[in-house]
Design a protein around this ligand. Sequence first.
Ligand code: 1HE
Length: 260
Amino acid sequence: MSNKDIHLDLCGDSQEIAVIHLTRPKKRNAINDGLILAIRDIFDHLPATVRAAVISGEGEHFCAGLDLSELSERDASEGILHSRMWHQALERVQYGPVPVVAALHGAVVGGGLELASACHIRVADASTFYALPEGTRGIFVGGGGSVRIPRLIGTARMADMMFTGRVYNAEEGERIGLSQYVVPAGESFAKALELAQAIARNTPMTNYALMHVLPRIAEQPADQGFITEALVSSIAQSAPEAKARVKAFLEGKAAKVKKA
Ligand code: 1HE
């Protein structure tokens, strides 16, 4: 489905990185129905060459959340279907084919934070700020935020953001777990791309396990988590590519871990 509010580029020698730009800067990349469906479709149809993705927003802000101009006419049953449509789309981001790095700047608010939360790594630049204005607008998150955001920052912090309209800046966001990285203003896209390139060099099995198994283990009781971990680690280490990588290290042909 083509949509002028989103753009997909492929980059890297083997077209292994998908770069997905939200291109609706005049409306601060607010997400209307067409755009959420386009996000779903892009992740459903990523070319087979792609090993990692970056998502970013054009203009001064990453994303202003739900397009509020579409909200007023919806009744309760339409609201449920609308929320479920967001869930389906962001499920494709979180549990889609490849890890996704969000390059954040400016406003990451409401549904914009819900989109960022569905990504696997968030890189914020110094201009980034986070908020959940749904609370003060008399509505509630509907794009999976109540499930994903407490897992990043805890229920109490999310409730505070919604009760009081609290806004976190980039540094604070990293400290509480909204992003894993903070970089100077204007540099989040370059850093996100660098991370995506590193991710793309991992074995597909490792990336699959990190995306699809690790979050499930985190939800399991410990005794089930340990057995799931044992199964997955034995599958991963039996892959020929994993054996070749370990052998290369033992022969001094692979990079050592360097002090941070
Ligand atoms: C929008 C939206 C939007 C901007 N829906 N049109 N999200 C919010 O409540 C965030 C609302 N937006 C803002 O607080 C600000 O716009 C920003 C802090 C993001 C940016 O401020 P600024 O000064 O750069 O831009 P602006 O002048 O406020 O907005 C520029 C235009 O974008 C303006 O339209 P124009 O026709 O007057 O030019 C705004 O109306 C429009 N715009 N944000 C519609 N969100 C799955 S449930 C998710 C629940 C939610 O996400 S609730 C929404 C939360």
